[in-house]
Design a binder for this molecule. Structure first.
Ligand code: UTP
Length: 275
């Protein structure tokens, strides 16, 4: 079955960016002139996932407004040179469809994904966490779809992280199939360095099969008292249904101040070089 839908869980509070995120979503923070969420939706659209599904929460209206027409503003700048600054978002609005559902209580990423079941139904789908901003010659989601086409099971994007940072991620280990693909056997959410089965960390890109919803329904809250997608995936990994993929490209953790600044510098340099 061809994958058409991409889920964006955007209900989190973004407390690391307070007070900036007090009254606006973290996903609307810009890297140069484009909000994080737009980079994520562009990556999905490039991969052909044009049915965009958001799991939102309170205070997230700005995301809906971003993917819609702003009549007054557009009227005001029509015919001026400033109008072209809207080209990228206008293109994206035309190219994709947008659907929203709300997570009522912020009970974790696993719970947010389960909330998305109402839009996704019974199909495999992509998941993008927009605060992980990824760049590559080829989009990371495009790369992951190729992995899905080959293995027809869940795919998680991974990268090596320093051992003293494993406690910020879901960490995997398993049977290496080749340099880039691992048949996942073990997954642990936020382990201490001595509990970590490796230093391969899951980043904010997934392809999930609809089986995940049934597993999530019975997954108990784990690390931090939240329902963890890693715990649900562990159940499928035991059945040999999860592949970890070391993607080609670079990721910026824009949910952290360091990553956000790095991404800003990276895109600024790129802009200066006219790319
Ligand atoms: P984070 O762990 O980065 O949490 O969530 P956060 O709330 O966004 O940010 P901090 O840690 O308070 O600064 C990872 C992703 O999962 C989504 C977030 O929106 C983010 O994209 N998420 C998390 C939800 O949609 N719902 C939740 O209950 C938790």
């Amino acid at each position: 079955m061809k994958i058409k839908k991409c889920l964006f869980p955007v209900a989190g509070y973004g407390t690391r960016f307070l007070p900036a995120t007090k009254a606006q979503p973290k996903e609307m923070l810009p890297i140069l002139t484009k909000p994080l969420i737009q980079y994520g939706v562009e990556e999905a659209a490039e991969a052909g996932l044009k049915e965009i599904a958001f799991v939102t929460g309170r205070n997230k209206r700005a995301i809906e407004d971003h993917f819609d027409i702003t009549y007054e503003l557009e009227d005001q700048i029509r015919g001026t040179s400033r109008e072209e600054r809207l080209d990228s978002i206008r293109g994206l609005i035309k190219e994709c469809t947008y659907t929203y559902t709300r997570q009522i209580e912020m009970r974790g990423l696993g719970d947010a994904i389960l909330t998305g079941n109402a839009i996704i139904n019974n199909e495999p789908f992509g998941v993008i966490l927009a605060d992980d901003l990824c760049v590559g010659e080829e989009g990371i989601m495009t790369q992951m779809l190729k992995v899905y086409d080959k293995y027809k099971c869940c795919v998680v994007a991974v990268e090596e992280v320093p051992l003293d940072e494993v406690n910020r991620y879901g960490i995997i280990s398993g049977q290496a199939l080749d340099e880039r693909h691992t048949q996942v056997e073990t997954m642990v959410e936020k382990p201490t360095p001595d509990q970590a089965p490796s230093n391969l960390a899951i980043i904010g890109r997934y392809i999930l099969t609809p089986e995940i919803f049934d597993v999530l329904r019975t997954t108990k809250p784990g690390a931090g008292g939240e329902v963890q997608i890693t715990d649900a995936l562990q159940t499928l990994a035991h059945q040999g249904k999860v592949i970890a993929y070391r993607f080609q490209g670079r990721r910026f953790d824009c949910g952290s101040i360091d990553g956000f600044v790095e991404a800003t510098n990276f895109f600024y340099e790129r802009m200066k070089q006219g790319k």
